[in-house]
Design a binder for this molecule. Structure first.
Ligand code: ADP
Ligand code: MG
Length: 287
């Protein structure tokens, strides 16, 4: 490998918005055989909005007040929705985030749970009445969350995130380059499948807990594949680090950028097939 061609390659990549941490990462990128993409904030814009709320005003107030303590994009969407509807926020006495599941909060005498089916199961909340609405929202690619107050099911809130316009084209190009493309998400199977379908991804690994993301990357590596992992969140960092090439979304968290080998500016997914192309071209010049 000539240092000059690597320098030219990393320089060219940087001009396009592909920031390699070192020449060796550019050299290795052409070896990738699989690309794993996180869903929220990577394939989607990561700016979800509330589309439906089922429940009474009291439930909505408690829901929004509880979510004020969370930094999750889903929480931001709910807080924005309550603000737009001029709902007052109540004082929260206790708050607890449960990774991969949801949140738990106390407002006066009331205990509020917001999250997925797993969270409700953990607290023995019977939310069977919500199942039909939940399934419908999920088929539409929305993330539906259940709300319980004092252990009783009280409502559903659905949130939708839009896919990045260039995502389908980027995934098409990756497939044409011969790569296996996989979506990895903490969201449920049905929502994940709906989003995957919109962007042309056939393989989905859903309902993955934050701490399990790295294990899933490792499993693909154990199948003998060189894996590129693309992500934006704090919970993607271990997976980005373990991947053969970790690719951070430039609009993502600092933790993800630090854990990755390369950052794509503006979160433009078309820069991923481009990085692979530049890596191939660099290697050809070397040989
Ligand atoms: P993602 O990979 O989509 O970021 P997470 O592991 O952060 O997934 O979350 C998984 C699921 O846990 C969400 O789809 C949601 O159902 C639930 N959840 C997480 N945070 C919250 C929250 N603040 N409020 C309600 N539900 C939440
Ligand atoms: Mg994400």
């Amino acid at each position: 490998a000539t240092p000059t061609s690597i320098m030219v390659g990393t320089g060219r990549a940087a001009e396009d918005g592909i920031l390699f941490k070192g020449g060796e990462h550019l050299e290795r990128t052409h070896e990738l055989e699989a690309i794993v993409l996180d869903k929220t904030g990577t394939i989607t814009k990561g700016k979800p909005e509330v589309t439906e709320f089922i429940g009474n005003e009291e439930t909505l107030k408690l829901l929004a007040s509880a979510e004020k303590g969370s930094e999750h994009p889903l929480a931001e969407a709910i807080v924005a929705y309550a603000t737009e509807n001029s709902l007052p926020f109540l004082e929260v006495d206790a708050f607890n985030a449960i990774p991969g599941r949801g949140i738990e909060a106390t407002v006066g005498e009331k205990q509020i749970l917001v999250g997925n089916r797993k969270l409700m199961r953990d607290h023995q909340v019977n939310a069977v009445d919500a199942e039909e609405a939940m399934a419908q929202f999920e088929i539409e690619g929305k993330t539906a969350m259940l709300i319980a107050i004092n252990g009783e099911y009280r409502g559903v809130v659905a949130v939708a995130d839009t896919i990045k316009e260039t995502a389908p084209e980027a995934i098409k190009q990756l497939k044409e380059q011969g790569l296996e493309v996989i979506m990895l998400t903490g969201d449920n199977e049905r929502t994940a499948q709906a989003i995957a379908k919109q962007v042309g991804i056939d393989t989905v690994i859903a309902s993955v807990l934050p701490e399990e993301k790295a294990d899933k990357v490792k499993e693909i590596q154990l199948r003998g594949k060189k894996v590129g992992m693309v992500g934006d969140g704090v919970n993607d960092a271990p997976a980005l680090a373990i991947a053969d090439i970790g690719i951070a979304i430039g609009t993502g968290t600092e933790v993800a950028i630090e854990a990755a080998d390369v950052t794509i500016l503006g979160g433009e997914l078309l820069l991923i097939p481009k990085a692979i192309k530049i890596s191939h071209a660099t290697i050809r010049n070397i040989r």
